[in-house]
Design a protein around this ligand. Structure first.
Ligand code: NCD
Length: 532
């Protein structure tokens, strides 16, 4: 974490919940609280301190998926600010003429539009636009960098809903953030609002989450694991009936709607049965230990024929989803205010650390040429060339052969004379490794070495000159794998996936546990899964 000076919020994009630090969110919530107070008291002087008030400041709402609350609360928030607000009409846009998202958005960014609020079924779109927007602004000498706010991307995340949910939970907890026990109920598989909770709820010091969903709609493993890594206590239940028949019931329930539009036919056929498991029934009221201090939340909308929080609940003190929805406008006013740089200079605290991807995955070691050795390629001594050793050490023999063939192709080694093989470690019998001999290759370029590190997930490169190891490089898996041909995110909803033809180079960030996370949509992959 780093200490900041100046306005850390200005021109920031918000693509996922983790893009803002806990301190930054606390700052936003404090300001939202003040704004609400001023609103209640008609205190215009205070309200004006939040206002952008600049008719040349462009805010664009681009909703490529349906919305009421998110779009309209942002629209009302932008109206409060007195800015130039545009609502994009996607039905009659050039996206229908096969224009790329990038070209479309950058066109609008050129017309003095500084903040984009984007909803789409394509996951990771804002992350891509954030990166390219900066380059576009530089190239075209704009005096601003466009910021992109993710207003929901497919089944990925919904970070501004997360902000308003957290604000409401904290407000309802007398502004304390020491602990939270919450039940997340419903379509946890497709629901982006609950996915954003995996990082978002870290704002509470002690978090206990009860996940209630039938197995078909359960929380995807990557968010489940993230919650665990973040220290949340987790329990899983398959239905509300099962949950309510045990003694430890949360005082906060967060319901979500079955996301029918994202379900495949197989699950859709069973929608009645699945809905049954996550719908609150009248007889459940008496099972709540303290109905007076149990609060229900829902990002809305709810289905008018099959609501999971039926309308008989509306008049009960359980109903906190209305207050939650109202908070949406206030929090979004503050969000626009900080990104515009109108407020934020008085922020003190820690921001999200800037990621830097160290180059220490390539380590030059001194070759040991003390003992005379004859390096062989098959049966011929190898006097000059490149030998790659310890390739995919520890993987199964089948996998090693598979990677060897892939590597030869990806690295373009197939055009040289050479050989490949799978050997057993002398020191550790039963542990296998791959070997590549390339007598025709005399040197590898730095970019070849980086690619090799990514492809082989750890190996040793020996450059042989006159029967001696002239250079020896130990490669470990790099912290970031990018622009490598033959790789790709497996999530077909990801902006970088080939099906969208956006021509985006795939990029993966390595997690501590060795899994590779797509830079755009966050899907986590095992090393072997990123190869097409
Ligand atoms: C949610 C969304 O769009 O993700 N709604 C919202 O933004 N308030 C939830 C949903 O659609 O079910």
């Amino acid at each position: 974490m780093i200490e900041n000076t100046g306005n850390v919020f200005k021109e920031r994009s918000l693509c996922v919940a983790a893009d803002f630090s806990i301190d930054e969110k606390k700052y936003l919530f404090e300001k939202t609280r003040k704004l609400k107070e001023a609103w209640r008291k008609n205190d215009y002087q205070t309200l004006n301190r939040f206002r952008i008030n600049d008719m040349d400041f462009g805010i664009y709402e681009i909703f490529l998926e349906d919305s009421t609350r998110t779009r309209e609360s942002f629209r009302n928030a932008a109206e409060f600010h007195g800015v130039k607000l545009s609502m994009f009409n996607s039905d009659s846009s050039s996206f229908n003429k096969m224009e790329s998202y990038l070209d479309g958005f950058m066109t609008l960014a050129g017309y003095s539009n500084r903040i984009f609020i984007v909803r789409s079924r394509i996951e990771g779109l804002c992350r891509w636009l954030e990166r390219k927007g900066e380059q576009f602004a530089e190239r075209n000498y704009l005096n601003y960098k466009p910021a992109f706010i993710n207003a929901g991307d497919g089944k990925h995340e919904h970070p501004t809903q997360e902000l308003l949910d957290e604000f409401t939970l904290i407000e309802d907890n007398d502004w304390r953030t020491d602990s939270l026990h919450i039940a997340l109920v419903g379509d946890l598989f497709h629901g982006r609002t609950v996915h954003s909770k995996a990082d978002g709820l870290r704002i509470f010091a002690n978090v206990k989450v009860d996940l209630i969903a039938p197995p078909e709609l359960s929380m995807p493993i990557q968010y489940f694991n993230r919650m665990k890594e973040n220290g949340f206590l987790l329990r899983e239940f398959h239905s509300l009936a099962e949950y309510l028949s045990q003694p430890d019931i949360a005082p906060r329930f967060y319901f979500t709607r079955p996301q029918l539009e994202r379900m495949g036919d197989r699950i859709l056929k069973r929608q009645d049965e699945l809905r049954e498991a996550i719908t609150f029934k009248e007889e459940f009221i008496q099972k709540l230990p303290d109905p007076g201090s149990t609060f229900f939340y829902h990002p809305l909308p709810r289905h008018k024929v099959h609501p999971t929080i039926p309308t008989f609940l509306d008049d009960m003190p359980l109903n906190h989803w209305e207050a939650q929805s109202i908070n949406g406008m206030y929090i979004r006013i503050i969000l626009l205010s900080v990104i515009a740089g109108r407020i934020g200079e008085d922020f003190q605290g820690e921001s999200v650390p800037v990621k830097n991807y160290a180059d220490d995955f390539i380590r030059e070691v001194t070759p040991d040429n003390s003992k005379p050795k004859t390096l062989k390629e098959g049966i011929n001594p190898l006097a000059n060339g490149v030998v790659i050793d310890r390739f995919c050490r520890g993987e199964s023999k089948e996998d090693i052969w598979d990677y060897l063939h892939k590597t030869m192709k990806i690295m373009g080694f197939s055009r040289f004379r050479g050989s490949i093989g799978v050997g057993e470690s002398k020191k550790e019998p039963g542990v296998y490794k791959g070997l590549i001999f390339l007598p025709e290759v005399q040197e590898l370029s730095p970019s070849d070495i980086r690619r090799l590190a990514a492809v082989t997930a750890g190996c040793t490169v020996n450059i042989i000159k006159d029967n001696k190891v002239a250079r020896k490089l130990r490669l470990t898996s790099p912290p970031r794998i990018y622009k490598i041909k033959g790789t790709g995110c497996t999530n077909s909803d990801c902006i970088s996936h080939d099906t969208h033809s956006e021509n985006i180079p795939p990029e993966f960030i390595r997690n501590e546990d060795g899994t590779l996370e797509c830079f755009y949509c966050g899907t986590s992959h095992r090393f072997k899964d990123i190869w097409k």
